[in-house]
Write a protein that binds this ligand. Structure first.
Ligand code: VTB
Length: 346
């Protein structure tokens, strides 16, 4: 990816997540998570195609036969440009989550976001949609945690790095039966816990940003979310360590819910993954040198405000980050629709 193109693309991707956030936010609280997701996907796909790039979806809505849009391998971008112009565009791999937290949006709960990460070809791990155990910390705790270490050791190290007692830490974790032991282990240290119903991607990002009152994310969520989180960590100087989890017992799900190991291995091999027990660090998940991350709030959250609708338009709140320039932009956009008399508020 050319440097100039990367700068330009960051703001192009902002338009993409803004559009997905606006459309899904319109459905907030309607109780129909599939519909909320569907409108986010459609909006994201449409705007994505106007971006001057030769894009390819590497993490998307599923395999080609299960998703009509933003499927893995789908070529996106350059739609509005001539074929000659398109040849000049940078090649980009893209991981999308048009609506992270479909349930959150359907319920009008906090922390639903529209999000994507992009990098030069090969810059993002082609992770299949399976479960992944994760530990995520911010810049001051980089190198102080080990996903295989006991919870109490990790929390002790985090507390030391942050110059506080373990009791003053808050760990964020998906509220799932599979985390019974993890939650018990965290409680035993005296640390506080924030249990969330969904959305470990935005939660992981808040763990890496000082001032959110969250100091670590622990537990099992989706692998695709792990890759997108890793892209954010590269921009925020945070750290993620992660491991695939296949064991139905550990996941607390019926055996029939997890494909047989042989089938899983075949899928992993196809995606270039040979060791299923590997511990992935930030760079393994997002090896790209030129990473772009964009997210727009759908509902209000720890880091981003949700979409607000007013008479003369809409207002969105986003974060756009790039590794190359180390810019973290919080972008407050007013989308004016009310004609020449529209009043814009500060
Ligand atoms: C995970 C998590 C996501 O959905 O994929 C979760 O990473 C699904 O987990 O952030 P369950 O199968 O246990 O429900 C999210 O919470 C939201 O998409």
């Amino acid at each position: 990816m050319k440097l100039k193109a990367e700068h330009d693309l960051a703001l192009e991707f902002l338009r993409v997540t803004e559009a997905a956030a606006i459309e899904s936010a319109k459905t907030m609280g309607q109780g129909d998570r599939k519909h909320s997701d569907h409108v986010a996907v459609e909006a994201m796909r449409e705007v994505m195609d106007t971006v001057p790039m030769r894009g390819r979806i590497v993490i998307g809505e599923g395999e080609r036969d299960e998703a009509p849009m933003l499927y893995i391998g789908e070529e996106v971008g350059g739609g509005n440009f001539s074929t000659d112009a398109r040849d000049e565009f940078p090649e980009v791999d893209i991981a999308v989550d048009p609506l992270e937290g479909t349930n959150l949006c359907a319920l009008g709960a906090n922390n639903a976001i529209a999000v994507l990460a992009a990098a030069e070809r090969g810059g993002l791990l082609y992770a299949p949609d399976i479960y992944m155990d994760k530990i995520i910390v911010g810049p001051s705790c980089r190198g102080a945690v080990d996903i295989d270490a006991p919870v109490k050791d990790n929390l002790k190290n985090i507390a030391r790095r942050l110059g506080r007692d373990i009791d003053d830490l808050a760990v964020i974790c998906l509220d799932r039966p599979r985390h019974k032991q993890l939650i018990a282990d965290v409680r035993a240290t005296g640390a506080r816990i924030r249990l969330i119903s969904d959305g470990d991607l935005s939660a992981g990002i808040s763990a890496a940003v000082a001032g959110t009152n969250i100091h670590a994310l622990m537990g099992i969520g989706g692998a695709p979310e792990g890759v997108i989180t890793a892209a954010a960590m590269k921009c925020l100087n945070g750290e993620i360590q992660a491991k695939f989890v296949f064991d139905p017992e550990r996941l607390g799900v019926d055996k029939t819910k997890i494909p047989p190991m042989k089938e899983l291995m075949k899928r992993l091999n196809e995606m270039g993954i040979t060791d299923p027990d590997k511990i992935y660090d930030t760079n393994d998940l997002a090896p790209g040198k030129k990473i772009i991350f964009a997210a727009t709030g759908v509902t209000d959250g720890a880091l981003l405000r949700g979409v607000r609708f007013f008479g003369a338009g809409k207002r969105t709140h986003s974060v756009v980050m790039t590794t190359d320039t180390k810019n973290i932009r919080f972008v407050d956009t007013v989308h004016v629709e009310g004609g020449p008399d529209a009043v814009i508020r500060f």
